[in-house]
Design a protein around this ligand. Structure first.
Ligand SMILES: [Zn+2]
Ligand SMILES: [Zn+2]
Length: 453
């Protein structure tokens, strides 16, 4: 070691973070983040108990719902889409409003929330994701807050832009005052000064409303990574579902959101529920928000098509497309003819021999018709000489392949086999893609019946 390092080595004195130690019956209480337990479990519980002797007045109920939307939108339109993702710009009055009502949701400061959320997007589903659903649904919902986490294990993100926003910095420094004032005092003041229901305002519009807003927005980390479809990418956990959207003020189109995080929308269809998007759009009309970011639908549709293609590939891989030509045995023409004479139902089409013994009785064109092709070159008959067979017929035929003919047809068939191998488009797993009309037995122009016999 270098001699200049005379200080005691940091590693000697560095304590192991509690989150990095095994949870046991003796140390479990050290693993618990008791402040958060009080904030997200204790306070709501006290609200539920107080609700027993505080009657709920209609006006207070309506006010609680309104304030639920105000504070919820402070999180979704403010904390999330404005500060964590910069999906639009807001004027100073709107930023102050969002920082205030967002603080009333009691989910931490903007600075803390946005830093974790950026890590969540950057390291989705990994150990560096602060609320990875891979650690369990309950963990992603609130376990990550109730249990202590080693902050050094959370992925690093750049929040220099947030440190330059005076509203964010002020809210972070005065967070506790903001929480008490916006979380409890304001809802109580409105109900108290408005219609004299001080205690009701405190319990319903304050405490219980905080509980509902918290649980609703926590669903973005849990439910939105667990329930629904993945129309854009299925490699990670984010999902789209209308139920999550209804619960989270429109944050439920989470598969889209993780693909296009800086889009101010989460729902891209007009009929999907995204009140956060509607709020941002309305603020723009009022001159409070500007520079709303939106991905071109061309880019969005590309992602959708690629995911569809992946699903199609998976479906295709499960189907029987017949033995590839280059894996089939080569047959002599005479051998082929001989075998049919001995009663085997072989038919050669485009140089590929098919065993139709078990199919003769099921042939839609009748037994006689198919039997007339046995032991002959039925290429032209099959391709319009007698009957122009359907795409389905070519597909079915390919599953009956048993060999390729040597001799006249062989070179041609060999070329086709090469073509099938090299020129045919393959999907990402290497499976051949046989499109309609591209089967080897399909001859584009009817050819005159070969006089093989
Ligand atoms: Zn997410
Ligand atoms: Zn996000």
């Amino acid at each position: 070691m270098s001699s200049k390092d005379a200080r005691p080595r940091a590693t000697d004195t560095k304590k192991v973070h509690i989150a990095d130690t095994q949870l046991t019956s003796k140390n479990w209480y050290k693993h618990v983040n008791w402040l958060n337990v009080v904030l997200i479990l204790g306070v709501p519980l006290s609200g539920c108990i107080q609700a027993f002797w505080v009657p709920l007045q209609l006006k207070t109920a309506i006010w609680s719902v309104i304030y639920y939307f105000f504070t919820g939108l402070g999180i979704t339109a403010g904390y999330h889409r404005l500060w964590a993702h910069c999906s639009y710009s807001a004027t100073l009055p709107l930023r102050i409003w969002l920082a205030a009502v967002g603080g009333g949701a009691v989910e931490g400061s903007i600075r803390w929330w946005a830093r974790d959320h950026r890590a969540h997007h950057r390291y989705t589903d990994t150990d560096k994701d602060p609320y990875s659903v891979r650690k369990g649904l309950l963990y992603s919902h609130l376990g990550w807050m109730v249990m202590k986490q080693n902050p050094k294990r959370i992925g690093r993100t750049d929040i220099s832009d947030l440190n330059e926003d005076p509203v964010v910095v002020w809210q972070h420094r005065n967070y506790l005052k903001v929480v008490i004032f916006m979380g409890l005092i304001v809802p109580m003041l409105v109900a108290g000064l408005g219609w004299g229901d001080w205690y009701g305002g405190f319990v319903y519009a304050g405490i219980l409303r905080i509980f509902f807003v918290q649980q609703a927005t926590f669903c973005v980390n849990s439910l939105a990574h667990w329930l629904g479809d993945q129309p854009f990418d299925d490699r990670n956990s984010p999902r789209d579902h209308v139920i999550t959207a209804l619960v989270t003020l429109g944050e439920g189109y989470h598969n889209f959101h993780h693909e296009f995080p800086s889009d101010y929308r989460n729902a891209i269809e007009w009929h999907q529920y995204d009140p956060t998007k509607w709020t941002i759009w309305t603020c723009k009309q009022l001159g409070l928000a500007f520079d709303l970011k939106q991905f071109r639908s061309n880019e969005i549709e590309k992602g959708r098509v690629q995911q569809l293609q992946k699903k199609i590939d998976q479906k295709r891989a499960k189907l029987d497309w017949g033995t590839p030509l280059d894996q089939l045995p080569v047959m002599e023409w005479d051998d082929y003819v001989e075998q049919t004479k001995n009663g085997r139902g072989l038919i050669s089409i485009a140089g590929v021999v098919h065993d139709v013994t078990d199919f003769i009785k099921d042939h839609p064109g009748g037994k006689a018709m198919i039997k007339s092709g046995l032991g002959k070159d039925a290429t032209a008959m099959f391709n319009g000489g007698v009957y122009y067979h359907s795409n389905g017929a070519h597909n079915l035929l390919s599953t009956m392949r048993v060999g390729v003919i040597r001799g006249g047809g062989e070179v041609e068939i060999w070329k086709r086999a090469q073509k099938e191998n090299s020129e045919y488009v393959r999907d990402e797993t290497g499976q051949r893609i046989i499109r309609a009309g591209m089967q080897v037995t399909k001859i584009p122009e009817p050819i005159p019946t070969a006089d093989a016999a």
